[in-house]
Design a protein around this ligand. Structure first.
Ligand SMILES: [Zn+2]
Length: 255
């Protein structure tokens, strides 16, 4: 449902290979996305910010503002293009910009849902969110990929990037690259602890809350993995071995 809403406007598609999106483009895009999901009440504009370690954008659940580290986005785009051995850093950078913006707009959507009481695992997500707002930066960075709300935002953003790459940009190389990123984000945080296979959610409860992890179970293993919920080691291994076909099937990305 949510995914279908992310369409790339024509004005952005037209320039995606020829010029780096400007701040105005980014603002227009966010406005369009936010109004298409009717979350205007939870988005109060952008703030431009200077380079900060590794962060490209962030959303503040209290002020409703999206902070954009524009220079950092451009730097990261160049680095990614170099890493991927591609000479079209403009396209690589623009896709990176789209990824981080969609990620932040998912946070806007989560916040809207939180206030309207309509989202799966709201309690679990917002307990972690409150914790993350008060905790040390190092702790936040360490547990970033364990937090349910971050996994939710990033996997939805990446799924949307895959749709854009497959159907609008039609770039097979970047498609495979983002497919691999999505796989890595999904499997991250699952580990063997004390000889027991454990989920990111369990790690959050054990390490940060010092409590027993609540039993949350959903039928679909793919969704469980995306959110970092408990899943059997067998299901986890099935995903790892077949991630390409599973992600493609779950997101209707067949050609
Ligand atoms: Zn985030």
């Amino acid at each position: 449902m949510f995914m279908d809403l992310f369409k790339l406007p024509v004005f952005m598609l037209d320039k995606i290979r020829t010029s780096i999106f400007t701040i105005d483009d980014i603002e227009l895009y966010i406005n369009g996305l936010v109004s298409s999901i009717e979350c205007q009440d939870f988005y109060h504009g952008i703030i431009l910010d200077k380079i900060r370690n590794g962060t490209l954008a962030s959303y503040n659940y209290n002020t409703y503002k999206i902070r954009i580290f524009y220079e950092m986005m451009k730097t990261q785009g160049r680095l990614d293009a170099k890493y991927l051995n591609r000479d079209d850093y403009i396209l690589v950078t623009n896709v990176l910009i789209l990824h981080s913006i969609i990620h932040e707009v998912v946070h806007v959507f989560q916040n809207y849902c939180y206030h309207n009481n309509d989202y799966p695992f709201l309690e679990i997500m917002f307990r972690q969110l409150q914790f993350s707002e008060d905790c040390d930066d190092d702790i936040y960075n360490y547990y970033y990929s364990y937090f349910t709300f971050e996994r939710d935002a990033d996997t939805i953003a990446l799924e949307n990037i895959l749709i854009i790459l497959r159907y609008l940009i039609k770039d097979a190389g970047l498609f495979i690259h983002y497919l691999d990123i999505l796989k890595l984000r999904i499997i991250r945080g699952y580990q063997i602890r004390n000889e027991v296979f454990s989920s990111p959610l369990e790690t959050i409860y054990n390490d940060l809350f010092k409590e027993e992890c609540p039993e949350v179970h959903i039928e679909d293993p793919y969704t469980s993995l995306k959110l970092g919920l408990m899943i059997s080691k067998r299901q986890y291994n099935i995903f790892k071995a077949n991630y390409k076909s599973i992600i493609i099937e779950k997101n209707n990305l067949q050609i």
